[in-house]
Write a protein that binds this ligand. Sequence first.
Ligand SMILES: *[C@@H]1O[C@H](CO)[C@@H](O)[C@H](O)[C@H]1NC(C)=O
Length: 269
Amino acid sequence: MFPLEDRWRFFWLIVPLLWCCQRGQSELKVLVRLEDGQITEESLQADSERDCITLEFQKADGTFVTYLADFKQGVKIFRVLILGELERGQNQFQALCFITQLQNNEIIPSESMAKLRQKNPHTIRQAEETKRMETLQMDVSVNFTKALQLSSHVHNICAEAKEAIYTRQDDVRTWLERGIDGSMFEVLPLYSTLPAVPPCKLCPWDWKPCICSYRLGLEWIPCSLKYCKSRESSGRSTSYKCGIRSCQKSYSFHFYVTQKQLCLWDEET
Ligand SMILES: *[C@@H]1O[C@H](CO)[C@@H](O)[C@H](O)[C@H]1NC(C)=O
């Protein structure tokens, strides 16, 4: 029923037969190696009804990363929960939320994700393609209370990051054109504004505002579908979805913080 070619032996899509009973939610867990060499389990949840995919993993230092692709609204949300250093007067954890537009060919559709199965769950996955690192100037803050319009998931995902939800002016422009309420956005200072706000790394005062940087790597994303050809008895060939291509993608976020205390990790890099 499902002839699998050897090069697609790791992943395949269980096509039409299971469609009827495979609606709604599904979860796939894959082992991946992070940048620091640590192995972690990445969880990929697809919800085809709500048309979204959630990718989550925890780093060795305890940092918990969530990436959510909301296809309905065309946005993606990154949430990072960073463990604080209590002895330095920080909170138990610090939460950051970054919201930006979902691009084409970034991740496969939720309904394909829901059908993805893994043959060898103990294999450590390595992405087939490494994408260029993206630098994002997150120069706008988003009001949590009003952000429901951007995505119904914001309230759930960004609840711990109410004071630290960021987006970009470019994204805001697109959203305003779509009729989204502009009063939820507030433009923040950046390097270029005067008086200049220094990068936190170069700022000697813990209590002064600065521009914080956070680097985030997604080691394994199913970024596009693979197609196989099959030949019908009539001799005509047709193509069908038979697997996925995986990608590695890193992001470098830059955002304003009111005090360097909120960006202590930047010091050590
Ligand atoms: C966010 O919006 C709510 C509702 O309009 C408002 O009460 C609140 O003051 C706003 N928060 C900020 C930080 O502007």
